[in-house]
Design a protein around this ligand. Structure first.
Ligand SMILES: Cc1cc2nc3c(=O)[nH]c(=O)nc-3n(C[C@H](O)[C@H](O)[C@H](O)COP(=O)(O)O)c2cc1C
Length: 188
């Protein structure tokens, strides 16, 4: 199979996530693709441009939220990635709620929410990477199946190139699909 070297990277896939922080006493939300799991402690990372309005709030409060929008929220998600809280008040784009810890707003409409306490931050070029320990997590009741979060009901989006995509269907089971030994010693 031939490989073509590409120049316009990164192209994804990245998760479409709304990170939240209080700035000047009001909720502000920013769309990011730079978010993921760091370790099973559990710690998430987000990477924010240093000049973003949200970055001020994360630094001030030492907390941020990670909210997973469902694909029906694509318009509001994109909006928060176009408009800055510096120029436009985004506090009313979503209904916000707070954990008893307070510290960062979470988005009611998003089916999955994490409140994270900053444990470390690393400047990278003109970005700031925040590592946050998850201190609480919430899921919408209607997104549960047999008491567990159901990914197809949560219906998150991934960013690939210029597009937002939903996750379609499940294609395999984690820690099961690769475990039937048929791949052992097989030449790739
Ligand atoms: C799909 C998408 C993904 C984005 N990913 C990031 C990201 O990972 N990190 C970042 O700092 N900005 C990212 N942005 C840009 C910010 O969302 C955008 O500049 C936003 O207006 C900043 O808002 P704020 O100033 O209110 O914090 C992304 C935008 C879009 C549309």
């Amino acid at each position: 199979m031939g490989k073509i070297k590409i120049k316009n990277y990164p192209v994804g896939p990245f998760p479409a996530v709304l990170a939240g922080a209080d700035v000047g006493g009001k909720p502000n939300y920013v769309t990011i693709g730079a978010c993921g799991v760091v370790c099973l402690k559990p710690v998430l990372y987000i990477s924010l441009k240093s000049t973003h309005y949200t970055t001020i709030g994360v630094k001030e409060n030492g907390y941020f939220s990670v909210n997973i929008p469902s694909s029906e929220m694509v318009q509001k998600t994109d909006y928060c990635g176009i408009v800055s809280g510096k120029a436009t008040d985004k506090s009313m784009v979503f209904a916000s709620f707070y954990d008893e810890i307070g510290k960062a707003p979470l988005i009611s409409e998003c089916p999955l929410n994490f409140l994270c306490k900053v444990v470390q931050s690393v400047p990278i070029f003109d970005f700031e990477m925040f590592f946050g320990e998850i201190v609480s997590a919430y899921v919408n009741e209607q997104c549960l199946t047999d008491g567990r979060p159901d990914s197809l009901k949560i219906n998150p989006m991934v960013i690939i190139g210029n597009g937002y995509f939903d996750i379609g269907k499940m294609v395999g089971e984690v820690f099961k699909e690769g475990g039937n030994n048929t791949l052992d010693n097989k030449k790739i």
